[in-house]
Design a protein around this ligand. Structure first.
Ligand code: IPD
Ligand code: CA
Ligand code: CA
Length: 267
């Protein structure tokens, strides 16, 4: 039995997904504005966020919201906060590539309590509540058992706003290409993390992600038996802009590569 909070999160995500789908039907390529270098926002991002916030604020009028398109520089505090990415994978969406998701998490007592990632085109609903396991379309999921790096499929994202880490990133990439079964960069961090949770990928790492990219996916991975840390192996993965996730074996492998290849100042 899921909590009212999760039920509302599902309702809100479906409201957002309906809005996104209405835009998808209109045309393949979406018109967009650049927020910054390589950083775009479509009308659908803004409309999806509005629909999601409306459902949540109706149910929980006193809760704080940290949503990507309207955060205005706000940070997480001790208050109960909904962390919302109305479309994770906007670049894919704007180009008609069908891999993007709605991501919603509830932050409570300084940790994610509820997490939801909805793959919009695939209609894949990943959910978790702290202490209650993780689910894909209401069926329990677990991370993979792969322990050999040569058999591990790894997800990542390429930095594009802050390129200070690019050289070290390429060194890590070089190692991964040689040592693992392959590296994927599908373009939606939240959905990528859900892939780790259900065992499609064995591990994931990325630099410069925001709380709305990772809050839900991180909880879902943990509830599926996986490990999530920052690049120092510590707990600051949600706001720390560096994340490593995976089943316990492949998380440890990814950490060893990052520790070796990335300059200590950038860890
Ligand atoms: C982006 C996606 C992408 C990741 C970027 C994120 P957005 O989110 O998660 O995979 O590499 O860093 O910003 O902008 O599509 O919500
Ligand atoms: Ca995002
Ligand atoms: Ca987004």
């Amino acid at each position: 039995m899921s909590s009212t909070e999760l039920q509302i999160a599902v309702e809100a995500a479906r409201a957002g997904a309906n809005v996104i789908s209405a835009y998808t039907d209109r045309s393949r390529a979406q018109s967009f504005e650049l927020k910054g270098r390589h950083d775009l926002v479509t009308e659908a991002d803004v409309a999806s966020e509005k629909a999601i916030k409306s459902v949540i604020s109706h149910a929980f009028p006193d809760d704080v919201m940290l949503a990507e398109e309207s955060h205005g520089g706000a940070e997480l505090t001790d208050e109960r906060t909904w962390i919302i990415d109305p479309i994770d994978g906007t670049t894919n969406f704007a180009h008609g590539v069908p891999f993007y998701a709605v991501s919603i998490a509830l932050w409570k007592n300084k940790q994610p309590e509820v997490g939801l990632v909805l793959g919009v085109v695939q209609d894949e609903l990943f959910t978790a509540e702290r202490g209650n396991g993780a689910f894909l379309n209401n069926k329990p999921i677990r991370v993979s058992e792969t322990s050999e790096k040569s058999e591990a499929l790894i997800g990542t994202g390429f930095p594009y706003r802050d390129l200070s880490v690019l050289n070290d990133y390429m060194k890590v990439f070089d190692v991964m290409m040689r040592e693992t079964h392959g590296v994927r960069r599908p373009g939606s961090a939240a959905y990528d993390m859900a892939y780790v949770a259900c065992g499609r990928y064995d591990g994931f790492y990325e630099y410069a992600l925001a709380p709305w990219d990772v809050a839900a996916g991180g909880l879902i991975i943990r509830e599926a038996g996986g490990v999530v840390t920052d690049w120092k192996g510590k707990e600051n993965w949600l706001s720390g802009k560096r994340i490593t996730a995976g089943n316990p074996h492949i998380h440890a492998y990814l950490q060893s590569v990052l520790q070796r290849e990335v300059h200590p100042d950038l860890l």
